[in-house]
Ligand binder design. Structure first.
Ligand code: ADP
Ligand code: MG
Length: 312
């Protein structure tokens, strides 16, 4: 067996329990079956060492996160995850690293019943690209482009934890829960499926609320007003983030992997009852374009609402 065959061997444990796979790993392509009445949702995300995760991140966490960020995109679309492919570029075939990487990948893949159906393996600087695929009934996908004036802007869970953990990475007393929020994000797959029938629009928060919400506003041709003190924070965040850091971490920090969902006010109680994670209303969609941030006393909060951007 050559080196790359050995590497591929590590991934056979990730193909179990596959649904709708006519042909899996081993041929030139996988063959997947799309049931009648469903659309295939496809998304790709790459993680590059030093850019998307700190250089010293464990192999387990890298495996977890590479899949998590992709499942988060499927969730934001209202799609149910089914399959993924893995393009792996490795500096060397380190058996210990590989088995830890696959372990992290497999734990999350099993939680969401997704199967590895193919990929590619090359040598080079560490980089992981996953393409995730899921199914959504025709007409039920949640687009960025359909937010309506008057909608409540809701977020799942809490924001800012991962950005805080990144900022305080080397602090020895940093609570594990904060570190886990950075290294092992929980994609909101179930919550998204539960919210699908109520959501006018959704996006997953990967680059910071301000920038990500702006994508929804632009796609929908609307604006928004956000109450910054109403943005949900974890107990640990409250303890560890200084007042000056707070707004920047929650609005521009990134890596939250929570959902931001626009829901008509009359639908909110039913949406909350259906959703397995807490939904917090942080503002409203407005006819007036632009994104405005308000303090509790009604005064405007000024910030550069671009979020985290590559190449800028
Ligand atoms: P090809 O030269 O046709 O691209 P490869 O040798 O790259 O073939 O791959 C052979 C088979 O192994 C293919 O089915 C491919 O999908 C699978 N494969 C290769 N690398 C990976 C990987 N990292 N994860 C999962 N499957 C992989
Ligand atoms: Mg190949």
């Amino acid at each position: 067996m050559d080196e790359f065959s050995l590497i591929r061997h590590h991934f056979t444990g990730l193909t179990a329990g596959a649904r709708g796979v006519a042909l899996g790993i081993g041929d030139d392509c996988a063959l997947l079956q799309i049931p009648e009445g469903q659309e295939l949702a496809v998304t790709t995300d790459t993680l590059v060492a030093g850019r998307h995760f700190p250089e010293r991140t464990s192999a387990y966490d890298i495996g977890w996160k590479a899949l998590a960020v992709n499942l988060s995109d499927l969730a934001a679309m209202g799609a149910e995850p089914r399959w993924f492919t893995l393009a792996l570029t490795l500096p060397e075939a380190d058996a210990v690293w590989l088995s830890e990487f696959t372990r992290g990948l497999k734990v999350l893949a099993d939680v969401h019943h997704v199967a590895l159906v193919g990929g590619d393996t090359t040598r080079g600087a560490l980089s992981i690209t996953i393409t995730a695929m899921g199914l959504v009934p025709v007409g039920q996908s949640i687009r960025r482009s359909r937010a309506q004036a008057g909608d409540c802007i809701c977020v799942t869970g809490t924001l800012g934890d991962a950005a805080l953990a990144l900022r305080m990475l080397h602090h020895p007393a940093l609570p594990t829960v904060l570190r886990q929020r950075l290294n092992r994000p929980q994609p909101r797959v179930q919550a998204a499926l539960q919210l699908r029938e109520f959501a006018h629009a959704a996006i997953d928060l990967s680059d910071g609320l301000a920038g990500d919400l702006n994508h929804v506003l632009e796609a929908s041709g609307v604006g928004a007003q956000i109450q910054v003190q109403g943005i949900p924070a974890s107990v640990e965040f409250e303890q560890w983030a200084s007042a000056e850091m707070r707004i920047a971490l929650q609005l521009q920090g990134g890596d939250d992997y929570e959902l931001c969902v626009c829901i008509a006010p009359e639908q909110l109680p039913a949406a909350r009852a259906a959703c397995e994670v807490p939904l917090t209303v942080i503002g409203r969609i407005t006819d007036k374009p632009g994104l405005r941030f308000m303090a509790a006393d009604g005064t405007k909060v000024h910030l550069d609402a671009t979020g985290y951007r590559h190449f800028s």
